[in-house]
Design a protein around this ligand. Sequence first.
Ligand SMILES: NC(=O)C1=CN([C@@H]2O[C@H](COP(=O)(O)OP(=O)(O)OC[C@H]3O[C@@H](n4cnc5c(N)ncnc54)[C@H](O)[C@@H]3O)[C@@H](O)[C@H]2O)C=CC1
Ligand SMILES: O=C(O)C(=O)Cc1ccc(O)cc1
Length: 361
Amino acid sequence: MDLRTVLVVGTGLIGTSAALALRKRGVRVLLADQDEGAVRLARELGAGEEWRPGADAERADLAVIAVPPAHVATELLELQRVGAARFYTDVASVKGEPIHRAMQLGCDLSSYVASHPLAGREKSGPGAARDDLFLGRPWALCPTEEADPEAKAAVLRLIELCGANAVEVSAIDHDRAVAVVSHAPHVAASAVAARLADATDVALGLAGQGIRDVTRIAGSDPGLWLGILSGNATPVAEVLEAVANDLADAANALRALADGDGTATNEITQLLKRGVVGHDRIPGKHGGPASSYAVVQVVIGDRPGQLARLFQACDEVGVNVEDVRLEHAPGLPLGIAELSVEPGAAAALTQALHERGWQVP
Ligand SMILES: NC(=O)C1=CN([C@@H]2O[C@H](COP(=O)(O)OP(=O)(O)OC[C@H]3O[C@@H](n4cnc5c(N)ncnc54)[C@H](O)[C@@H]3O)[C@@H](O)[C@H]2O)C=CC1
Ligand SMILES: O=C(O)C(=O)Cc1ccc(O)cc1
């Protein structure tokens, strides 16, 4: 199905990212938001033109509703009332509640297929948008029985144009799944980050990459997340209860260890090992099987252009860098770049970088 014109309602992080990706593929994009400033910024970023309901005679092929979960159904109703598009989708992080609300409000369910890109950032608003945000990421779609196959085809085309991988799933399965892989982890990250609110300056000065990794998503907009968690409350509570049990068991075992009960190490080891198993099950890039890369560490000076030079060197040697992580040495004008590469390429890369004068510890 061809998408010539797409209307994006809600030009924040997700709406503007989708709009930028569509513009790159030559799709005409119309932009709307209750916040005029958000539309203006999205337009200035090249995400499309402002939607002028009534004045735009042309009906969009698809409307993408990218507003907080609690507002999806009312927006859908209003857009359908004015006949804004042939087909409709939303991108909210929960699916059961918006679909249920749309039914209650009497929305037309034949032209609507709910969806959810599993990609985002801890920043909100159009200024944080990226045209490559969805590249290689899963994008769930949850057609109801009433959905017109053409509506589903339109949403599949949107997902394809954004470079994401479509995953069809029922709304109930989706909500249970994202409780495990997104919503409960978000609350856990917030709980860990909350420990830092009154941590000493000494503790914060010793913060390394681990705490940054574990808490990155805790920097997200609390208002948006309250809406997401409220919309998926029971599944998220179930996962959090299981996590809380593991944490309580670990704390009890450590207390016992401190009191001289050496057998308590078993309990802790079991949790750490279960953690390794769970971590290794996370699929690799593009939804492929989990893959273990070798990590090559390179010392880089904190000067402009260093990373570009390093990537250039990798390119010359013909080694594909699968991932990169930067570790800054506190108080020093240098850092460590950790390059993840195929295990077979690590030794040759290390030697080639040495020969080119890089410090590879
Ligand atoms: N933040 C993330 O990483 C992800 C968010 N989502 C979902 O995408 C949706 C949008 O989230 P973000 O783009 O992150 O939020 P955002 O805060 O960056 O943007 C939301 C935009 O919606 C506008 N808005 C709110 N109510 C509106 C209404 N009734 N009509 C028109 N515009 C309205 C706001 O003015 C704002 O510009 C949410 O449903 C969220 O659950 C999905 C995947 C990832
Ligand atoms: O920041 C990240 O890495 C995320 O994974 C963000 C995210 C937030 C909400 C979603 O519904 C999906 C993805």
